[in-house]
Design a binder for this molecule. Sequence first.
Ligand SMILES: Cc1cc2nc3c(=O)[nH]c(=O)nc-3n(C[C@H](O)[C@H](O)[C@H](O)COP(=O)(O)O)c2cc1C
Length: 199
Amino acid sequence: MKKEAVTRYPINPLSKARWSPRAFAQTLPGTDTLLSLFEAARWAPSAMNEQPWRFIIGIKPAPGWHLIFDTLMAPNQIWAKEAPVLMVVCSKNHFGNDGTLNLTAAYDTGQAVAHLSIEAMNQSLYVHQMGGFFPEKAITLLEIPEGFQPLVVIAIGYYGDPESLPEPYKQREFAPRTRKEPGEIVYDSKFGQPFIQLP
Ligand SMILES: Cc1cc2nc3c(=O)[nH]c(=O)nc-3n(C[C@H](O)[C@H](O)[C@H](O)COP(=O)(O)O)c2cc1C
């Protein structure tokens, strides 16, 4: 199933095609394919080129997959149980050179995930990010050291059968995708002054 963005202005085909499904096929992505995703993340920009992102991957049926699955909140477990790949994204809180707080660590890590998501689409893979997980559980189960913060869990896989989803997830899978209007998020000269007013 495709849920392409209905855009007001033309955008590149991968960004248009990307969305966050809940129906995943059981097919395992190949290691090289997954490495292409991490390659895209690796080449994302970051403050001072710190590259604060770290990824902990679990591929079914490895024990790592089950550990990551156990960190998810129940509503996400309902559908993420089908995802063949799960991973935890962490960011390093301090700069490596002088130990000062890196205020953009999470921002930079989000950028890396954005690059990864677009490369996933390029490989016909889908990414679904989840803030609904227990970070403390991830720290314990995955032995994440001090100074690193788990930010999200991500489900990755090829698209599956939306009919197999239980409600309310099935209904959400078919629901149209919505966005704020450009004028609500892009301002001209002053905060709140829409850059563009659409008719
Ligand atoms: C940081 C972050 C946390 C999210 N947490 C969840 C989550 O816990 N469960 C879920 O089903 N979707 C989660 N999502 C997915 C969003 O709901 C989804 O990206 C949004 O509705 C836009 O839909 P689209 O990605 O299909 O365009 C999360 C997305 C992001 C970026």
